[in-house]
Design a protein around this ligand. Sequence first.
Ligand code: C2E
Ligand code: MG
Ligand code: MG
Ligand code: MG
Length: 288
Amino acid sequence: AAKERGRNAIELFSEQINARFHRRQQLEMRLQNALAKNEFFLEYQPQVDLQTGRMLGVEALLRWRNDDLGLVMPDDFISLAEETGLIRPIGEWVLRTACQEYLSWWQPEGAELRLAVNISGQQIKHPDFVPIIDDILHSTGFDPRLLELEITETVAMEDVEGNIGTFRDLKARRLQLAIDDFGTGYSSLSYLRHFPIDRLKIDRKFIRDAAKCSDSASLVEAIMSMARSLHLDIIAEGVETEEQVAYLWKQGCRQIQGFFFGRPMSASDLQKYLQEQTVAELLPAWVS
Ligand code: C2E
Ligand code: MG
Ligand code: MG
Ligand code: MG
């Protein structure tokens, strides 16, 4: 009986592996066709400035809606897109679409909103990347100073030399550069100071814990003082509560992104958000 149970367990295990493999194949097959079938769309999450009480930009976030799979979030398909190389055409679609959509929005007079787009390691290390950026800027007429590329700390540190070269090319075009999910990788100050970047985006894990956990708080404070000494801007992501806003305000962090000020939303909801100027109303009374 033990022998039988053992065999059954092995069979069960291999069935599970098969099922997982099958699911991955299904996902990959559908991902291959997703661009052609126009299944991707973008949501935009507001970034606000506590100092002025205004929206200062948006981050474009990719979504995938498939007839069979329903709505698929990036955490469930970006790594597959990276492994299969599909991230390059998908990433180019994101950049081009975000620039085009942005240009069709109404914006308050002089708002000059920043548009932040996530870039994968596969994109940044490819020799076509900068030419693609040039093509998108030229064909859309987008002002490069308002376009920010977000590269995760892990990707930035994978190839320091190569990335510094690409970052310089991008800065020569006056784009803005942010290091995303900062604090989770292994940057040393000595590397960081060689990157021609504009801002660090503190990972939401530390924001979540900072008000309650002294280790996370020390890390946030170390990042803040590092940013100050390198003359880098700081933005906090994943800010959900007034307590977190208060903490960041106290630390001198003025740029905030998170559910507290707005979830990622469709372009048309963002349009309403911009028109209604809800940001100032959302600011806690003690700010300003
Ligand atoms: P990210 O770039 O760090 O984006 C922030 C993520 O945090 C988004 O998840 C956003 O919805 C979520 N978020 C924002 N505010 C809050 C908050 O207050 N609380 C919580 N719990 N979460 C918050 P999303 O949209 O699921 O994207 C996940 C990740 O997928 C992104 O992390 C980014 O690394 C990647 N991603 C998204 N769009 C793209 C894209 O177009 N290209 C590439 N290469 N990666 C993308
Ligand atoms: Mg990001
Ligand atoms: Mg992030
Ligand atoms: Mg992330």
